[in-house]
Design a protein around this ligand. Structure first.
Ligand code: BES
Ligand code: ZN
Length: 592
C-alpha cells in the first residue's frame, strides 16, 4: 500500500479508475450539484478503494452492473485533505456508482447571483479544481497521478448553457420540465484537477475552425475581438511543441469574480474578463494557457510538489511564443515583469525559504497557501538556463523528446531529472540543477534578460522625481508603461500622483495590469482621486493577483487600512472562497 501524493488518499496499489461517467443536476436554488458518479476500472476488480471527498454527502454506492450495494465508510475531516471515502468493492466489480451531492460551500465551485454577472438576469456557476478541489465536486482519486477520461451529462435550467473541459456531444431536453441536458465527452486521460464545468447565459463566436470563444452575451463581441489572434498562437505553439492534440481549443470568459487570470482546462481555457483591455495587450495569458495544452495537460506534474514542471515550462513557452509573435523586445519585457513578481514572492517567503525551492515538500501544507510566482518565474529561468546550456536547436529537440516520452503521463521532478540525465548527460551538473531544484532563492547562474528598451524605462523610473517628457510617455505601449510604473519609487508624493494621473490618465485605464499597479501606488500615497476607482475594482474583481497587492497597498496608513477593511466587508460576499482567504491573509498583516 502506498500513498504517493501528500494531498490525496490515492493509493497506487489499489484499483485505478480509468473513466468517469458523471451526471450532474445543477440546482441554483440550493447551490448544490446533485450527482451520480460512476468510476470505471480497466478490468473487473475487488477490495478496498480509497477516494478523496470534501463536503460531499454520499447517499449510496453500488456495483454499476448489478446494483449490488457497495459498503462505504467516511473517515474524519482533515482540514486540507477532506474526508477519505473507503469503498469495499465486491469481487468482479468493473464499475462502481455513487449517488451524492456537493456542499453549498464547495471550494471548487462558485455560485453567482444574477447581480454578479454582466447580464444581471440569470445566475452563473463555475468550477476551479486545481490544485485539489475536484474532490469537492466528485468523489474520486484526486491526484494528478491518476488520469481519467470522462463523459458527463449536465442538467441545467433551460435558459442556461453548460460547457466543460471536454468535447460537446449535444443537448437534449432534460428529465425535469424546464431543463436541458448537455452532454460531453473527454476521450483523453486527464488529471482530476482538469475537470471543469461552467453554467450560465453563454454565447459563442468562432475564431477559427478549431477555436471558439464563449462569454455572456454582453461580453461576447469584445471577447471575440480581443482573442481574434488565437489561431496564430496555436500555429506558433505547434512549431515549438508539435501538433495540438486536443482537437478543439475553446475559450470561456467568466464573470469578474473568477479568482485566476486563466485556467488551462483542456479544450476550454477559463479566463478572467480583466483580460478584455480593448487593445489585445493582455493576450499573453492566452498564450500561457494554450502552452499548458502541452506542458501541464499532456505532461503533467504528478503532485503539487512538482508544480514547477507545469508552470516553469509554461511560462518559458509563453515567452517563446511572445518572442515569435511580437519580437525580442516584447519578450524581454515579459521576463522583466516576471522578475518583479519573482522578487515580490521571494520577499513574501523570506521567513519560509523552503517554499522557494522548485521541488517542494508540502506534507501538511495546503497547495493554495504555497502558491506564488516561484514555480513560475524561478521555474522558467531554470528552463531558460537549460536552453542556454544546450543551445536553442538542441533544446528544441530535447523538448520534443520530452513531450514524446511523457505525453499523457504525470511525472515527478525526479522523473524529469532522470530523463534529462539520459537525454543530455552532464547537462544538469553543468547548470547546477541541484541548486535550482532543491535550494532556496535564486542560484548564482540565473539568466539575465537584457533589452535596451527595458533599461531605458528603468533608468527613467529610477531617475524619479525627475519627470520624463509627457509626450514621450504617452507614446509607450501598455507593457512599457507598466515596466516604468513598476520601477518607480514606492512612496510617491501627492503632487507626483496628480501629475502622473493628469498626464497619463491612469485612473481611467481599462488595462488591469496597468490600472492595479497605478492604484497600488496611488493608494499607498493616499491619493484621494484614485480611491473611488480602488473601491470599484475591489467590489467588482475577484482575481487574486489584483486583490493581494491592492489590499496590501491599502495597508499603508490607518485611513487606508480602515478603507481596506470596509471594502472587504462589503465585497467579500461576492468573492470566491479562495480570494476571500488570500485577502484575509493580507488583512491579518495590518498592524492595528
Ligand atoms: N494553472 C494556473 C492557475 C492555477 C494554478 C490555478 C494553481 C490553481 C492552482 C494557470 O495556468 C495560471 O498560471 N494562470 C496565471 C496566468 C499566467 C499568465 C501566469 C494567472 O491566473 O494569473
Ligand atoms: Zn499556468
Amino acid at each position: 500500500m502506498a500513498r504517493i501524493d501528500p494531498h490525496s488518499y490515492f493509493d497506487d496499489q489499489q484499483p485505478r479508475t480509468e473513466r468517469w461517467h458523471l451526471r450532474f443536476l445543477v440546482d441554483f436554488e440550493r447551490r448544490v450539484l446533485g450527482g451520480e458518479a460512476t468510476l470505471v476500472f480497466p478490468a473487473a476488480t475487488a477490495g478496498v478503494l480509497d477516494l478523496d471527498s470534501k463536503g460531499l454527502t454520499i447517499f449510496r454506492a453500488w456495483v454499476s452492473a448489478t446494483g449490488a450495494e457497495v459498503p462505504f465508510e467516511l473517515g474524519g475531516e482533515e482540514p486540507i485533505l477532506g474526508r477519505r471515502l473507503r469503498l469495499t468493492l465486491p469481487a468482479g466489480t468493473q464499475g462502481v456508482t455513487l449517488a451524492y451531492e456537493t456542499s453549498p460551500d464547495a471550494v471548487g465551485l462558485q455560485w453567482l447571483q444574477p447581480a454578479q454577472t454582466e447580464g444581471k438576469r440569470l445566475p452563473f456557476l463555475f468550477s476551479q479544481c486545481q490544485a485539489i478541489h475536484a474532490r469537492t465536486l466528485v468523489p474520486c482519486q484526486d491526484s494528478a497521478h491518476a488520469r481519467v477520461a470522462y463523459d458527463a451529462e449536465v442538467v441545467v435550467p433551460e435558459e442556461l448553457s453548460a460547457v466543460m473541459s471536454a468535447g460537446p456531444e449535444g443537448v437534449v431536453p432534460g428529465p425535469i420540465p424546464g431543463t436541458r441536458t448537455f452532454r460531453f465527452r473527454m476521450p483523453q486521460p486527464i488529471p482530476s484537477y482538469l475537470l471543469a464545468l461552467a453554467v450560465g447565459e453563454l454565447e459563442s463566436r468562432d475564431l477559427s475552425p478549431r477555436a471558439r470563444v464563449w462569454a455572456e452575451p454582453a461580453t461576447i463581441g469584445k471577447a471575440a475581438w480581443e482573442f481574434a489572434g488565437v489561431e496564430e498562437m496555436i500555429v506558433k505553439a505547434e512549431e515549438v511543441f508539435g501538433p495540438y492534440d486536443w482537437e478543439r481549443y475553446d475559450l470561456l470568459v467568466l464573470p469578474p469574480s473568477f479568482p485566476y487570470g486563466g485556467m488551462e482546462n483542456p479544450r476550454m481555457t477559463f479566463l478572467t474578463p480583466t483580460l478584455l483591455a480593448g487593445d489585445r495587450s493582455l493576450v499573453d495569458v492566452v498564450a500561457h494557457e494554450l502552452a499548458h495544452s502541452w506542458t501541464g495537460n499532456l505532461v503533467t506534474n504528478a503532485t503539487a510538489e512538482h508544480f514547477w514542471l507545469n508552470e516553469g515550462f509554461t511560462v518559458w513557452a509563453e515567452r517563446r511564443l511572445l518572442r515569435n509573435i511580437r519580437g525580442e523586445d516584447a519578450c524581454a519585457m515579459g521576463w522583466a515583469i516576471g522578475q518583479n513578481a519573482l522578487d515580490e514572492s521571494l520577499e513574501r517567503f523570506a521567513a519560509t525559504p523552503e517554499l522557494t525551492v522548485l521541488r517542494t515538500h508540502l506534507e501538511g501544507v495546503d497547495p493554495d497557501d504555497a502558491f506564488s510566482s516561484i514555480p513560475y518565474e524561478k521555474g522558467a529561468r531554470f528552463v531558460a538556463t537549460l536552453e542556454n546550456a544546450l543551445g536553442e536547436a538542441a533544446f528544441a529537440a530535447f523538448l520534443k523528446a520530452y513531450m514524446k516520452r511523457f505525453r499523457f503521463t504525470s511525472i515527478t521532478t525526479e522523473d524529469f531529472v532522470a530523463f534529462a540525465e539520459a537525454q543530455a548527460p552532464g547537462l544538469l551538473a553543468r547548470v547546477d540543477a541541484d541548486a535550482w531544484l532543491h535550494r532556496p532563492g535564486m542560484p548564482a547562474n540565473a539568466p539575465v534578460f537584457r533589452s535596451a528598451r527595458r533599461e531605458e524605462l528603468t533608468t527613467l523610473a529610477c531617475a524619479w522625481p525627475v519627470r520624463p517628457e509627457p509626450d514621450r510617455m504617452r507614446a509607450w505601449n501598455p507593457t512599457e508603461l507598466l515596466v516604468f510604473l513598476q520601477n518607480l519609487p514606492r512612496a510617491l508624493s501627492l503632487e507626483d500622483c496628480a501629475w502622473l494621473d493628469r498626464e497619463l490618465e491612469l485612473t481611467g485605464r481599462g488595462n488591469y495590469e496597468l490600472l492595479v499597479e497605478w492604484l497600488c501606488l496611488a493608494a499607498a500615497a493616499e491619493y484621494a482621486p484614485a480611491l473611488p476607482r480602488v473601491r470599484e475594482v475591489l467590489m467588482r474583481v475577484g482575481r487574486m493577483k489584483y486583490l493581494r497587492p491592492l489590499y496590501k497597498a491599502l495597508g499603508a496608513t490607518a485611513a487606508t487600512r480602515a478603507l481596506g477593511r470596509e471594502l472587504f466587508a462589503q465585497a467579500s460576499p461576492g468573492y470566491h472562497s479562495l480570494s476571500t482567504r488570500v485577502v484575509q491573509g493580507v488583512l491579518a498583516t495590518y498592524p492595528d
